[in-house]
Design a binder for this molecule. Structure first.
Ligand code: DLL
Length: 431
């Protein structure tokens, strides 16, 4: 079994808790002393740094939300002198609000270590050629995996996103073995590689895909098309970037790098901490970062934590695949709908994960339509066959969601492809 930092990845529960407690006490003091707005939040809650003696005291600290970050923009949460900060990264702004995160050189080093753990867990080593087509620049995907790949000593291809033909040419010519990109771009690359007859020329063995939700069915589909093992990777700009957690060979959830980030699950409505195994909102506390060390940050991501022993030998707690976000959950005619549920239905019915959800409100009633691409093989079906297929999809979606959308099958390749995160939902009700 390969580990990048075995001592941390396979630590006993007791030693990890002790390490976390020591680091927590130190970082709470650091934040209290250096971040005025969080000090005020602690003072308002009547809690001081002296009240935090171990991980058990974590729930005493106030929760921090994205709105707090917005209010503190740009420098309000910077916890070190500007002279010690060496870089910023920023969110893609999918919810319309940008967040700027700061890093010291030490913060970047530990972030790259986290990404290196993910690459090694996916079977990467010095002899590998790591093809990174996450975006570079403000987005954390490219810089994070690039840095991790350097740490591992792999040959790194800093491709960034875009120019699919060039991506495929480099992948073939340089014998890339590990592909890093969003799952939707991996699916598009797979489609193009097969169409252009390059399937026999690629040497990929693994993919490290994250930054957006994807289903188990989509994983199996990409694995089969590219002949690889596909690993999930999770992270968010506010907490550093990719590598907050990563998947191992068991592929049953992502190990959280607990020596750097403490994970909790809370009830999104009440803020109460939920017991292990219950589904709720993921909250992170950074215990090693210095420039932007968020404490009890609400991610809005919904998942479950599990400490069930893992066959890979890692003892780091595992978070499940995300079940959605508290803010991408659509409420259509009063029913909760997550895009991931629709994706599962499509893949179960033999379709591709190329779809778009259109929601609108007409005469005070929500309209709900799903555009779904036909596969090239289905495109030659008769109108009757296509209409039967639409009806089957409506029934399968009704069974999964409890409400029926209008399903419209469209021509293969007619929905826009994304090189980064895919746009799955067009909700006109908000406009
Ligand atoms: O997406 C960081 C990243 C880059 C992760 C590359 C993995 C790979 P943000 O742009 O700040 O950062 O978006 C963070 O994306 O709160 C989740 O909602 C979502 N997300 C990230 N990874 C996953 C994943 C990067 N594996 C937000 N599965 C997070 C589902 C994910 N959603």
């Amino acid at each position: 079994m390969n580990y990048y930092q075995e001592e941390m990845e396979c630590a006993t529960r007791e030693s990890m808790r002790e390490l976390q407690s020591n680091r927590l006490v130190e970082n709470v003091r650091h934040v209290y002393d250096n971040v005025r707005c969080y000090r005020k939040m602690m003072d308002d809650k009547g809690v001081g740094p002296g009240d935090i003696k171990s991980v058990d005291d974590l729930p005493k600290l106030p929760l921090l939300s994205k709105d707090d970050l917005k209010e503190a923009y740009p420098y309000g949460l910077l916890a070190v002198p500007l002279a010690d900060a060496v870089r910023i990264q920023s969110t893609s702004g999918t919810t319309g609000k940008r967040v700027v995160a700061f890093y010291t050189q030490g913060d970047i080093d530990l972030w790259e270590d986290c990404c290196a753990r993910a690459i090694v867990a996916a079977g990467g080593g010095k002899d590998d050629v790591v093809h990174v087509c996450y975006g570079y620049g403000l987005f954390t995907g490219g810089p994070g995996l690039n840095g991790g790949s350097h740490r591992v000593g792999s040959l790194t291809l800093p491709m960034s996103s875009g120019n699919t033909d060039r991506q495929i040419q480099f992948m073939c010519d340089l014998d890339a073995t590990i592909l890093c990109c969003t799952p939707s771009y991996a699916a598009f690359l797979a489609e193009t590689i097969i169409d252009q007859g390059f399937r026999g020329k690629i040497k990929l063995k693994a993919g490290i895909f994250g930054a957006e939700a994807w289903s188990e069915e989509m994983r199996r589909d990409i694995e089969a098309r590219l002949g690889i093992k596909a690993y999930d990777i999770y992270g968010l700009t506010e907490v550093s970037g990719p590598g907050v957690s990563f998947e191992c060979c068991e592929q049953t959830g992502m190990h959280v790098n607990e020596d750097h980030f403490i994970a909790e699950i809370i009830d999104p409505a009440t803020g109460e901490v939920l017991p292990e195994g219950e589904q709720g909102e993921l909250v992170f506390t950074c215990i090693t970062k210095k420039a932007f060390p968020l404490l009890r940050y609400r991610t809005r991501d919904i998942c479950v934590l599990s400490r069930k022993p893992c066959s890979c030998g890692r003892t780091l707690v595992k978070m499940s695949r995300l079940m959605g976000r508290t803010d991408d959950m659509l409420i259509i005619r009063g029913v909760n709908v997550f895009p991931s549920q629709i994706e599962t239905v499509l893949l179960n019915c033999g379709l591709t994960p190329n779809y778009q959800i259109l929601v609108d409100r007409v005469h005070h009633t929500d309209t709900f339509e799903v555009l779904v691409e036909l596969t090239p093989e289905m495109f030659s079906d008769t109108i009757k066959e296509i209409s039967t297929r639409e009806n089957e999809l409506v029934a399968a979606m009704r069974a999964m969601l409890g409400i029926s959308p209008k399903v419209t099958l469209v021509a293969p390749r007619s929905l826009a492809r994304s090189e980064g995160k895919a746009v799955r939902v067009v909700d006109k009700r908000k406009i």
